[in-house]
Each structure stands twice: as structure tokens, then as C-alpha cells.
Design a protein around this ligand. Structure first.
Ligand SMILES: [Zn+2]
Length: 281
């Protein structure tokens, strides 16, 4: 849900490097013949992605009846993703694109794999297309699995093409009970199309971001208790609120929609928390 700089590798060079060491003559010939189809499909993909129309990309069984899905998946698995495969250096460079090595889908887990935005089993022609491959953590990769968009509203947000960093869409609320806790939700942005808000809502749910961020926030709340007790003793509830506002501002400057910014904003806006709720455990 966070954008990543689009890769510079072309679909053509990536595909050609991946198939460069195929020894079976029949397979090599067929893989060479479909090269132009791979390039065309990549061009179509980029145009669709730029217009939030990935749901209009056609699925196919194999590539133009010459290369099977299994063979294309093998090009990715055995020639790009595998250590020492001819395409592995491109695989590694794509994996390195997300900032700080953090998964752009959840903004939390370490990037450990490449995710096919459109799954290779259903879109074999895009199996090694760089625009379709995004560094991701294992959990997000598993949660997405072979999700196929059927309409604009349920298309995965694409880190290379969709930028939702300018407006605040991640909200948090303080649970003012015995032990303070924070829950998270997505907020629809008025100036954005309904379909974009629906995509954010869906992805937030599918990736389980609410639970993930709530557990992180719980640790953060526990870790800052002693600090806040000291501030409260010296400056009272206003002092605590100012401290939390300062932290919210610092995190917002880094990333508007990170869970930390949402957490500190919600905590600073809770008179219950600032007035002593922070001490409960
Ligand atoms: Zn992730």
C-alpha cells in the first residue's frame, strides 16, 4: 500500500536473460518465438496498471499456444528466482527496490520474496515481467496468494503505479478500557474515487493490517509507560498530550500513513489516555 520506484528493467531484456541458458532446442525455439508476445503483454500491462485497469488484463492458458503455463512458471522458478539462475541478478535487484527492505504492502515485514501482482499460474505471459513483480514479505505474499481482480474495486494496489501517500487513509482509535489499546481502520478519502477507497479497504482487510498494527501499537504503549509517568508527574496531562502530539508529528513527517503516526495521533486525542489511562496495565 506504499509506493515503490518502478523498475528500470525492460520485459524484453529480463525475459531474454532468463531464457539465455535453455539447452533443450525445441523449448528454446518456442521460447524465442513467443518473445514478442511477452513484450506486447508487458506493454499492455503497464498501460492498464497506469489507469487502474489491471482487472481488464486477460488470463491465458500458456503463451499463444506455443509455450505452456508450466513451462513459463518454470522459467520464473528455475531461471529467475533460483540461486545462480541467469535471471537471479534481476530478481535480487527487484527485491531491493522497496525502501529500507520493508514490505510495501504492509509497511512492516522484511522483503523476502517477489510477489506476482497478477499470478503467474493464470497470467503466464507475465511470469517474469518486472512491472508485475514486487518485493514483499512472506505473510503478504501468502495472504494475496492467487487473488485475481474481477473489477476495479478489488484490484490489488500496485506499489509501482498507485500512490496513496498524499492523503490520510489510516485511522486509529483508542480503546479506553482497563488496559489501553489501539484499533486501526481505513478512512475513505473524499477527494479520491470510490473504487480507490474500496481497494484500500479491501487490501487492509485481506492483509490483516488491523491486527498487525494493533499488536505493534500494544508493544509501543507498554514500552512508553514509564516515560509518560515521568512526564505526567512533572507536567500533568497537558505535558503527556504535548509529548504524544510531538511524536505523531515526527512520524507523520516520515510517513503520513504509518501505524506509528496513526497511533500517536489517536493517543494524543484521548483525554482518558493522557489523563492517566497510559498507566494501566
Ligand atoms: Zn508485508
Amino acid at each position: 500500500m506504499w509506493n515503490v520506484t518502478r523498475p528500470e528493467f525492460s520485459a524484453k531484456e529480463t525475459y531474454e536473460i532468463c531464457i539465455s541458458k535453455v539447452k533443450n532446442r525445441d523449448l528454446k525455439k518456442r521460447l524465442n518465438v513467443v518473445s514478442s508476445s511477452i513484450v506486447e503483454a508487458a506493454k499492455d500491462y503497464a498501460e492498464r496498471a497506469e489507469n487502474a485497469e489491471l482487472h481488464l488484463v486477460s488470463q491465458s492458458d500458456g503463451v499463444v499456444g506455443l509455450v505452456t503455463t508450466k513451462e513459463m512458471v518454470a522459467v520464473y522458478d528455475g531461471r529467475m528466482a533460483v540461486q545462480r539462475g541467469p535471471g537471479r541478478s534481476i530478481y535480487d535487484k527487484l527485491k531491493a527496490l522497496p525502501e529500507l527492505g520493508v514490505c510495501p504492502f504492509c509497511d512492516h515485514g522484511p522483503v523476502s520474496t517477489l510477489d506476482h501482482i497478477l499470478p503467474k499460474s493464470l497470467y503466464p505471459v507475465l511470469a517474469v515481467t518486472p512491472d508485475n513483480l514486487v518485493g514483499s514479505c512472506k505473510d503478504c505474499n501468502t495472504a494475496k496468494l492467487t487473488a485475481v481482480p474481477t473489477c476495479e474495486r478489488d484490484a490489488t494496489l500496485h506499489p509501482y503505479f498507485d500512490d496513496i501517500s498524499a492523503e490520510r487513509w489510516l485511522g486509529a482509535s483508542v480503546v479506553e478500557k482497563n488496559v489501553p489499546a489501539v484499533t486501526f481502520h481505513s478512512i475513505p478519502v473524499d477527494s479520491w474515487p470510490d473504487a480507490l477507497n474500496a481497494r484500500i479497504r479491501k487490501q487492509f482487510r485481506v492483509l490483516g493490517l488491523g491486527l498487525l498494527y494493533a499488536s505493534q501499537a500494544a508493544r509501543e504503549i507498554s514500552g512508553q509507560r514509564e516515560d509518560l509517568i515521568r512526564i505526567f508527574d512533572a507536567r500533568g496531562a497537558d505535558g503527556v498530550r504535548e509529548e504524544l502530539e510531538h511524536k505523531a508529528e515526527t512520524w507523520r513527517a516520515y510517513r503520513l500513513n504509518c501505524w506509528q503516526a496513526a497511533t500517536y495521533r489517536a493517543l494524543s486525542e484521548s483525554p482518558w489516555y493522557c489523563g492517566g489511562g497510559f498507566q494501566r496495565r
